[in-house]
Ligand binder design. Structure first.
Ligand code: GDP
Length: 419
């Protein structure tokens, strides 16, 4: 069911190691609207039942949710544990739907009747693996979503580059936001976010405007005496989606953790521009700095295009460099091309290194044209392009990246066969 709902972006199904052992996050898009789907580990599979780790994960997912869908298995029928699970779900006082899955090949009415005892009105029959019943489920979910969940409109922002500052708890997100605001003292106002959870802060710096998308809850913390805000994956993913440029904060003392790598994975899936800010640089000895640099370049070689900036949010060093990297990355992500320059570049790439033969035939690359920005997209027309090896695709990407100095942004290359 999760895969069907999030099919447009199933790569997002990737785990966030360390945070989401038993939770998966994906985005379901319905026209211009979108919502996040959280899949929890099966409660029934857990020996520990509601007391175990799974239950904690489920509870965390429920806490973050606007709508809860209780999925039961028509083939198994009502299980002894189901009423207990339901009891738990009811306590959350959130809109609750019952989806009865795997009804394919069964008498739907009989299958639904079995679960009538749970007392949830209008159970929804599903055959998720066949894609059946998904639309009625969406139709039932949609009216229950908060009205403001629509894609953030530009108008709701303070304008300028939308910058999301993300990272694990305690890496220094709030300190950085406060540093940015404090230094420049041009806090226009809080701009009400389009979703309940994201807070937008207007910032002007060196004559440029930005909208900071704050996941640290800086402003909230001032109100509520909340020392460490709970790390919300949903908020983080929403911020990444809404941003032009993501600043991922790392703690120099801890290097790149699994959780950091997971966050980078989400930035890649969302195809956002990325700057990596290594914070708390002030606390490192010269020796540690050297070690840290080596380890970073090794662990981050899968995003070698993302600038790395060392900063101290606390003392303010490196902040100018950081904002320069943000600007450069944003400019690269918004870069436009003409068809003729792209075709010339493609020809040069092709001449430099031709795709290896596949069963006696070489894939041909004929011409290219631009396919949009954020990220810069290059559409290449040719023949047999599906036979292009990954190594060749990477070669092309690197070629375009070098030629146009596209630092800080992913590049999307699409192939179209004219055969
Ligand atoms: P957040 O949870 O990511 O918002 O992290 P905070 O901004 O609350 O910072 C967590 C802790 O790290 C606080 O005690 C900060 O004072 C400290 N901290 C933040 N930035 C730096 C830095 O650049 N250097 C040092 N030494 N400590 C920092």
């Amino acid at each position: 069911m999760f895969n069907v709902l999030t099919r447009s972006r199933d790569a997002l199904v990737a785990d966030l190691p360390g945070v989401t052992r038993d939770r998966h996050y994906g985005i379901c898009r319905l026209g211009t609207r979108q919502f996040m789907v959280v899949d929890t580990g099966g409660l029934a599979d857990s020996d520990e039942g509601l007391a175990g780790l799974t239950a904690l994960q489920v509870q965390a997912a429920i806490d973050e949710a606007d709508v809860v869908v209780f999925v039961v298995d028509a083939r198994d029928g009502l299980l002894p544990g189901d009423p207990m699970v339901l009891d738990r779900l009811r306590r959350a006082s959130k809109p609750l739907l019952l989806a009865v899955n795997k009804v394919d090949g069964l008498d739907e009415h009989v299958a639904l009747a079995e679960f009538a005892r749970l007392g949830i009105a209008d159970p929804l029959p599903l055959a998720a693996s066949h894609g059946r019943g998904v639309q009625p489920l969406l139709d039932a979910v949609t009216p229950l979503l908060p009205a403001e969940i629509e894609e953030p409109a530009e108008a709701a922002d303070a304008g300028g580059v939308r910058v999301a500052i993300v990272g694990r708890p305690n890496v220094g997100k709030s300190t950085l936001v406060n540093r940015l605001l404090g230094e420049d003292r041009v806090i226009v106002s809080d701009v009400a976010g389009t979703t309940r959870d994201s807070i937008r802060i207007a910032l002007e710096r060196d004559g440029k405007r930005y909208t900071l998308i704050d996941t640290a809850g800086v402003r909230r913390r001032a109100r509520i005496e909340d020392a460490v805000e709970k790390f919300s994956v949903i908020k983080t993913l929403q911020s990444i989606e809404a941003a032009n440029v993501v600043v991922l904060l790392l703690d120099a003392k801890e290097g790149v953790t699994d959780q950091d790598a997971g966050l980078i994975g989400h930035v890649l899936e969302a195809q956002r521009a990325l700057v990596i800010a290594v914070n708390k640089w002030d606390g490192l000895s010269a020796y540690d700095r050297e070690q840290c640099r080596t380890s970073l370049s090794r662990k981050l070689d899968f995003v070698a295009w993302a600038p790395q900036v060392t900063i101290s949010a606390l003392h303010g060093s490196g902040i100018g460099e950081l904002m320069k990297a943000v600007n450069r990355s944003h400019a690269a992500a918004s870069r436009t091309f003409t068809s003729s320059e792209l075709t010339r570049a493609l020809e040069a790439a092709y001449e430099g290194y031709q795709p290896p033969l596949v069963r006696g035939h070489a894939p041909k690359l004929k011409y290219a044209h631009p396919g949009g920005t954020n990220p810069p997209t290059i559409v290449i027309h040719g023949s047999r392009t599906r036979h292009l090896a990954d190594a060749y695709r990477r070669y092309l990407e690197n070629f375009f990246r070098k030629r146009y100095r596209l630092v800080g942004t992913p590049i999307r290359i699409e192939f179209r066969d004219g055969e």
